[in-house]
Write a protein that binds this ligand. Structure first.
Ligand SMILES: [Fe+2]
Length: 275
């Protein structure tokens, strides 16, 4: 969570190395703050620091979505994922839909505060956190595309449920702290297909869950669909998915800086993503 200097408290744990404007290393990741550290950050005029708040790190979304709403969504999704491990053809619960409606309404209400993509980062890769991240990013994208509230709610649900198929991927693969080998990749790439068994939702949400790894040039998976054959929601979710995944720290590498992710996404517009 990004915390402004005035709100830092001794005992908070720093998530990333903290550097001064001229790149002097002030604190290393993992440092537990003392009042001395905080005083020193004041001296160096550091404006804010990312600290560990446990699980629910996408506080980068705080300008748009309140903590209570995020907690609500994560709780609903967590229940849903637990059920989806042993059930098929599940439909969203009314509570989950309400939680996404709250996200859409908060994003709509706060849209005047500039959407600053550089602030949008996740700090872990738990399925819940990533799904929430993709949900909010997709809704923000939808708002920028001028979509109406009902469609935004559908899009938010699609973002929340896009990776639901991963509950069927063995955990040793899902949580492997390093690059996957070929066999493991083959298994991981089945998750869009698994969603077909797990979900029973409207076609736009099913499309997002099954097609979010398709690319405009037909080089994606699982079907190798091209351009217009890929659902509109799936195209939005694909960008939000890659953006969220790349800006999150992984066990084996640091997050790619936001500007580099944007360069990759923009440069790929056309061959990979819908420009
Ligand atoms: Fe995925």
């Amino acid at each position: 969570m990004r915390v402004f200097l005035g709100d830092l408290q001794p005992g908070m744990k720093v998530v990333h190395d903290v550097r001064s404007r001229d790149s002097v290393l002030l604190l290393t990741a993992g440092t537990v703050l003392t009042s001395k550290h905080i005083a020193s950050l004041h001296k160096w005029e550091v404006s804010a620091v990312y600290v560990d708040m446990g699980f629910l790190p996408p506080a980068a979304f705080e300008p748009f979505v309140s903590l209570a709403t995020r907690q609500n969504v994560v709780r609903e999704l967590s229940d849903f994922l637990r059920r989806s491990e042993h059930s098929s053809h599940l439909c969203r619960t009314p509570a989950m839909e309400e939680a996404v409606v709250a996200i859409v309404d908060e994003v709509l209400r706060n849209r005047s505060s500039q959407f600053n993509l550089a602030e949008m980062r996740n700090y872990d890769e738990y399925l819940l956190s990533h799904s929430l991240g993709v949900c909010v990013l997709a809704v923000i994208t939808g708002v920028n595309l001028g979509w109406q509230r009902d469609k935004l709610v559908q899009l938010g649900l699609a973002g929340l449920l896009h990776d639901v198929g991963k509950v069927k991927v063995p955990r040793v693969i899902l949580l492997k702290p390093g690059p996957l080998n070929r066999r493991e990749w083959r298994e991981m790439r089945k998750h869009p297909i698994y969603a077909l068994d797990i979900l029973d939702e409207e076609s736009c949400i099913m499309d997002a869950a099954t097609q979010h790894h398709e690319t405009m040039d037909g080089g994606g998976y699982p079907y190798g669909l091209r351009e217009e054959a890929i659902g509109e929601f799936a195209r939005v979710i694909a960008i939000a998915d890659v953006y969220d995944a790349m800006t999150a720290d992984r066990v084996y590498r640091r997050a790619v800086p936001v500007h580099e992710v944007l360069e990759i996404v923009y440069a790929s517009g056309g061959p990979r993503f819908d420009p």
